[in-house]
Design a protein around this ligand. Structure first.
Ligand code: NDP
Ligand code: MG
Length: 389
């Protein structure tokens, strides 16, 4: 029996992780749940899952929230519920709950601390929170060198993980990640796309921020940075292609000329389950593709100049150091402004570009340094959004 903590339990990844755990009750037991601010949704999950540990990051009334979550856990049969409320509660839960595996389904740079806390106590990190690697890749690698293990949940990285089979980077000639192209792949004027058009992703149902990032192909840029740290590959060996059918998720080329591709239905429950079952493959919730489903697949280059947010992400990835931290923070603010109706989609890359023009990247030294860069970039992005409004 493996015990599992699900961070970001009220989200898209978190909900699917709970589905996987419920389908494998004989091997997985969820002992801890965390959320950001949605107390009602978390309370409902506590009643359903009966976790010993619960964490809520933000509450209007912390004492009242704590009492409600404790009552919900007791009603579900937990004798001594442990409830954490307040900033950093998710990271404390990762550190203190003792779960064998921590699924990090938190959205945003704020998820980095929970990733580091998981590795610091030698547990397995099932990582969906790509920002952990985008923002703090060197810190995550340093933590991994000291202990713990990481299995990626992001679908392209889960696929690449299988293709690469743990072989050293020196044997890898190229890693290709695929992109479906997002909601606006056939849109005549993406800069003016509406919120509804952007949130209608053709392939994946995900949280709002990653759906907007996917429409801009910014998400693919983040994923290349994620792959750079996850697999220790330098930039000339990393690429992304548009693959509209979304059946092949990654392709690894080895130096001897071998090409290994992974293909699966677009269903996040598969990579989530693999991160929980690894190194085993358990019966899944999604049937395998038929090889005949692979007939006529298309792979095309990402059109140059059409996706400025993708180009900005690549430039930040290549610059390295604190650049991806500033990039991500600027995007979080710009995407929130778009979702609130305070900015057009075209203004999202413009805002990021403003912030990146003003940022002078430094080598990454500490979490405190990254927090400072993150705060600076958010402020700079807010100012850029306000100037335009
Ligand atoms: P959602 O927006 O659906 O869910 C986000 C979760 O994080 C919610 O549980 C939310 O809680 C919680 N949260 C928000 N703010 C905080 C905070 N400050 N501290 C702690 N928890 C917080 O996002 P997704 O599930 O789509 O994405 C989660 C992560 O996984 C992202 O990094 C994304 O890039 C990555 N990912 C997602 C995929 C998908 O298919 N969804 C695919 C690949 C990667 P609350 O509900 O209370 O706000
Ligand atoms: Mg992905």
């Amino acid at each position: 029996m493996r015990t599992v903590a699900v961070l970001g339990a009220t989200g898209s990844i978190g909900g699917q992780a709970l589905e996987v755990a419920e389908a494998h009750r004989d091997r997985l037991r969820v002992t801890a749940l965390s959320a950001g601010s949605r107390l009602d949704a978390l309370e409902a999950l506590v009643r359903r899952v009966a976790p010993e540990w619960t964490a809520l990051e933000r509450a209007d009334d912390a004492d009242a929230a704590r009492r409600r979550l404790e009552d919900a856990a007791r009603a579900a049969g937990v004798r001594q519920p442990r409830v954490l409320v307040g900033v950093g509660a998710g990271a404390r839960l990762a550190a203190e709950s003792g779960a064998d595996i921590v699924v990090n389904g938190i959205v945003g740079a704020v998820g980095l601390e929970a990733s580091l806390a998981t590795l610091a106590r030698g547990a397995r990190l099932a990582l969906a929170n790509k920002e952990s690697l985008v923002v703090g890749g060197p810190l995550v690698r340093a933590a991994l060198a000291r202990g713990g293990s990481l299995v990626p949940v992001d679908s392209e990285h889960s696929a690449a993980w299988l293709c690469l089979g743990g072989r050293p980077a020196a044997e890898v000639a190229r890693l290709t990640l695929t992109a479906s192209g997002g909601a606006l792949r056939d849109h005549p004027d993406w800069r003016r796309a509406t919120r509804d058009e952007v949130l209608a992703h053709p392939v994946w149902a995900m949280g709002q921020r990653i759906t907007v990032d996917s429409a801009l192909l910014f998400n693919k840029g983040l994923e290349l940075i994620e792959a750079r740290w996850l697999f220790d590959l330098d930039w000339p060996r990393l690429e992304a292609v548009v693959h509209r059918e979304a059946r092949v998720h990654a392709i690894a080329a080895f130096t001897d000329g071998t090409l290994i591709a992974q293909a699966a239905r677009a269903d996040m429950r598969l990579p989530i389950q693999l991160a929980l079952s690894w190194p085993e493959h358990w019966p899944g919730l999604t049937p395998a593709l038929d090889p005949r489903d692979l007939a006529g697949l298309s792979f095309e280059p990402i059109p140059a100049g059409r996706h400025p947010a993708f180009d900005l992400a690549l430039a930040a990835g290549r610059a390295g150091g604190t650049a991806p931290c500033a990039l991500n923070a600027a995007d979080e603010v710009a995407v929130a402004a778009f979702l609130d109706g305070r900015a057009t989609l075209g203004e999202v890359p413009q805002t990021i570009a403003r912030v990146m023009d003003a940022h002078r990247p430094e080598p990454i030294e500490s979490l405190a340094q990254l927090r400072a860069v993150d705060a600076w970039a958010r402020e700079a992005a807010r100012a850029a959004v306000a100037r335009r409004a």
